[in-house]
Design a binder for this molecule. Structure first.
Ligand code: ZN
Length: 117
């Protein structure tokens, strides 16, 4: 299940950011995941639960937002949203389209608990 390696690299980044900010604890991790990123939400959640115990992310909430694929038609220039099966331009039926969004997977935000002062 490749979601484990995806989640591991997400957590490496989150832990690095937490360390830089002297966070005691991470309370929320928000991810943006394109529909074409091949990351199943349930599997990401499962990986998160499995990988976070004993880390600064233990007990944190994982929030994920999907992004619909969006492409630009090379023939007529319009931009359109589509699903993973329909790539043709809705205006001119061209298949010469360029994917603009939908394959991304990135950390949108993390919430941390700062040390008491
Ligand atoms: Zn077109």
């Amino acid at each position: 299940m490749h979601e484990f390696s995806l989640m591991q690299s997400v957590l490496d980044t989150v832990e690095g950011a937490a360390r830089e900010n002297n966070a005691q604890r991470v309370t929320e991790v928000r991810l943006v995941i394109g529909d074409l990123a091949e990351a199943v939400f349930e599997a990401m959640e499962f990986a998160f639960e499995a990988l976070t115990p004993q880390t600064v992310c233990e007990g944190a909430v994982l929030t994920m937002r999907g992004v619909a694929p969006r492409s630009r038609c090379a023939a007529c220039g319009i931009e359109f949203e589509h699903d993973r099966y329909h790539w043709a331009c809705p205006s001119c039926d061209s298949l010469a389209t360029e994917l603009l969004a939908g394959r991304e997977l990135y950390i949108d935000a993390i919430e941390i608990e700062e040390p008491e002062r």
